[in-house]
Design a protein around this ligand. Structure first.
Ligand code: KE4
Length: 435
């Protein structure tokens, strides 16, 4: 496979951008090799600068749920851009996207749009502290909620990928109020509440832990987390930046019947343009300036292009049969991978929910990955890296890290899934994986 243009561009990029990228996980650090420089996306496919085509299961880390350059999104954005790109003033589009999100996630009674998931999570925690008057927050090892200082503690995603358990530059004073517990370990969380319960402002959790790979919550675990929050007067914050409109059309909160006080969103609601959001009960959101005194602001928050892309994306996604079609093909892919790996005797842990999935290669056949510690202990990252490259060579673009999830779009047809499974079969034929 010719990658000469990507190699040249990457060499130049590394003189201009730290690590040659604008987000660490894109640099192929944990899988090795040269990141592919993308020229365009079309449906289920990415096309790189060397003319190679890939079936895309990263989908910009979740946002491109309709596939790349969906005609309806392109058309609405083209019209919008002719009216200008940003006004710094309110528009009807913000009302419309808010109504669309609230219709799909009724636990959100009021919402604030921001520009990233990081901003959404950071602001949600400030809001929880403002609402409760308390200081401490709880997150879970291996969960990632963006790169705000107070959350870069035992984070997942790129931090886990790069083996940076805690980032330099974050003063201990900033994380002194951040408590952590293992995911899926209710007694550990109960112990934190027993020790700090009256000073815990909020618990923030990914309803599916998809920044340490793909870890499903144990039966009733999330409901128990919510109950503990209510018992001690802490806010229950669901970080659905990734699971929103992916784990289910109404997010994991609808699938698991959860009642979050605040929900954080991102990715899909921007349709590929920068959007994050946090929203929840009206009496909580009333603290947010200018309605209340909790300050949060943003030059480009709610900008008309991002609102347009997000609104069109959600409208198409919510139309008849679209979401369920993606769910069916995600299950077809996950089941197919499990079958192929099983036939080959390759130990894997495959998970899926809604339109997202995960694949761990296991160091031990009967290992179970249920949290960050077991993910680090049992995930065979070397074998994943080898598999990643075998698939890339066969035109399938998976996440360039074992500690990320995979995503499917409305453009991934049955034929695309079958082509992917054929590539999986060839990629794992005994001896083809070097590790
Ligand atoms: P952003 O600031 O990257 O928009 O969102 C941060 C964030 C918050 N919460 C969850 C659950 C997330 O998954 C993310 C971001 N996800 C990563 C991928 N695992 C983004 C990819 C990247 O960092 O380049």
């Amino acid at each position: 496979m010719n990658t000469s243009q990507s190699e040249a561009l990457f060499a130049r990029a590394q003189t201009l951008l730290p690590g040659g990228v604008n987000s660490p996980v894109r640099a192929f650090g944990s899988v090795g090799g040269t990141p592919r420089f993308i020229e365009r996306g079309e449906g289920a496919y990415l096309h790189d600068v060397d003319g190679n085509r890939y079936i895309d299961y990263v989908l910009s880390w979740g946002p491109m749920v309709l596939g790349h350059a969906h005609p309806r999104v392109v058309e609405s954005l083209t019209e919008a851009v002719r009216r200008g790109t940003s006004y710094g003033a309110p528009t009807a589009l913000e009302n419309q996207l808010a109504e669309q999100v609230i219709a799909l996630m009724p636990h959100i009674e009021m919402i604030r749009f921001v520009n990233s998931g990081t901003e959404a999570c950071m602001s949600a925690l400030r809001l929880a502290r403002a609402h409760t008057g308390r200081q401490k927050i709880v997150k879970f090892a291996g969960c990632y909620h963006g790169h705000a200082d107070m959350l870069l503690v035992q984070a997942g995603s790129g931090v886990a990928t790069l083996g940076l358990p805690d980032s330099p530059g974050v003063p201990p004073s900033t994380t002194a109020n951040t408590l952590t517990a293992p995911y899926n370990d209710l007694p550990a969380l109960e112990a934190l509440f027993e020790a700090h319960g009256d000073d815990i402002a909020a618990v923030m959790i990914e309803p599916i832990a998809a920044n340490m790979g793909f870890v499903m919550p144990h039966e009733s675990y999330l409901q128990s987390v919510g109950a503990l929050c209510r018992r001690y007067g802490a806010l229950f914050i669901l970080d659905e930046v990734m699971t929103g409109f992916r784990a289910a059309l109404g997010g994991a909160q609808s699938a698991f019947d959860l009642q979050p006080d605040i929900t954080c969103l991102g990715k899909v609601i921007g349709g590929g343009l920068p959007v994050g959001a946090y929203g929840g009960k009206r009496e909580i959101m009333a603290h947010v300036a200018p309605a209340g005194s909790m300050y949060q602001a943003g030059t480009l928050s709610g900008n008309p292009l991002a609102m347009t892309a997000g609104l069109t994306t959600l409208q198409v996604l919510a139309s008849d049969g679209v979401f369920n079609g993606i769910v069916e093909r995600t299950a077809q892919l996950a089941d197919g991978i499990r079958t192929v790996m099983g036939a080959d005797g390759t130990p894997v842990q495959v998970g899926h929910m809604g339109t997202m999935f995960g694949l761990y290669f296991l160091k031990e056949a009967d290992a179970q990955i249920t949290d960050f510690a077991t993910a680090k202990r049992y995930a065979d990252t070397a074998k994943y890296a080898a598999f990643f490259h075998k698939m890339l060579e066969r035109g399938v673009y998976l996440a360039p890290s074992q500690f990320e999830a995979g995503f499917v779009s409305a453009a991934h047809t049955d034929e695309v899934i079958e082509t992917t499974l054929a590539a999986v079969t060839v990629a794992i034929q005994r001896g083809l994986i070097d590790a």
